[in-house]
Design a protein around this ligand. Sequence first.
Ligand code: SF4
Length: 488
Amino acid sequence: MPAQKDILAPQQQTAPTKVGFVSLGCPKNLVDSEVMMGMLAHAGAELTSAAADADVIVINTCSFIGSAQQESIDTILEMARHKTNGQAKKLVVAGCLVERFRDEILRNIPEVDAVVGTGELHRILSASGVVATNTAPNPFNILTSRPEGDHRRQQGRFARDSWDGAIADLPNYLYDEATPRVLATPGYTAYIKIAEGCDHPCTFCIIPQLRGQFRSRRFESVIAEAERLAQSGVREITLIGQDTTCYGEDFGLKDGLALLLEKLAGVEGLRWIRFLYAYPNKITGRLLETIAAHENICSYIDVPLQHASASALKRMKRGGGSDLFLRSIDKMRRTIPSLTLRTSFVVGFPGETEKEFDELCEFTKEVGFDWMGAFGYSDQEGADAFELENKISPREIESRRKALMSIQKRISRAKKKAFVGREVDLLLMGPSEESDLLLEGRTAMHAPEIDGKVFVNDHPEGMEPQEGQFYRCEITEAHDYDLVARII
Ligand code: SF4
């Protein structure tokens, strides 16, 4: 692809530009940061982890809910101080906040020199001044789309005309196995983004407007990247996308995720493979059987159900309900007996009655999720739910969220207790952040950065446990969410 080479050709510079990166938000955003860092490094820039040393500071922002937007703005203002009082000459804001508030950022924060939306990652070079100009079109455009997405686009699902300064084109960027990428994760673990965007109509969510229509990476591209990562020492791969269970539908692939996992299971060196996130009605029998059939595919499903009451789910435009979900979870557990099941719920959605909330609590008790997150509903201008009446007060939302989390705490405590005395494989992550006297790791039940931790407080004499290695452990203690283990 010659156009790509032209854009990414290393620059002849006497002193390389030093670029510092701050990545906020979810793993999908982290991969975008890794891609931008890869492009910059390939073009001759030097990456630095010290903001005070950087000539250019890039903040890759999140705009999912109000608190994430506030964190993004606070970080931009904090980094802007390095431009006023320090070494930095340029401040670049990238990511979802740019898609949402492009003009407002430039207008209200004069220290910001350039913005780069989620669909324009290749523009990071010219925005950072690492190359003088870069007006070539995105060479990685993926032109396929799903009929559902096209239909919803016609209905206005992706419209963002009312957003101040939003560019008319929806983001359609998607990186490729040939795109340079600098991993920000420890060398033994990596995310692979297999799809971008989302076609679902959930009324509380603006991700489709921020990230565009659903589109998948080519099958061969994902495999090639996984092989390269495994050859470089990566042992754990986490496939990500807004909805990984739709993978391949845009190019007519049926059961695309199952096929992809099957192929990845054969990549030499990969010990744990998992995917985040599943859409409830997209979890097929074939997908479950594929997980069950391969030892290196983690028996782990993260399916954000968002609610359990059929009436609340209908207002969320998600469909389903507790009976349907219970049947589906039963099938998952029958097919994968050692399944670790994670979900997340939105609490206090407009009009959520006490009866609906009680149904959610009863459902949570009945299922007994291994991991669960509860998020208070956050009103987002541009989301359909913004227009709904009967908003629940923030105080009531928080009280319901706490009540649901306390139910889950009891469930989690009992589930973790049942592990005491069992043997598990543990991936050692190094010294614990909680105490110098402990090590920290994860098992196949723990997705990176999301679930609880396993603290290691004992190992055979003379052994020096190494970060990034797998060890057989015995669980010796259980807490509400965390476990304690000894290496055997
Ligand atoms: S499936 Fe997830 S990303 Fe897509 S619209 Fe719904 S909540 Fe948003």
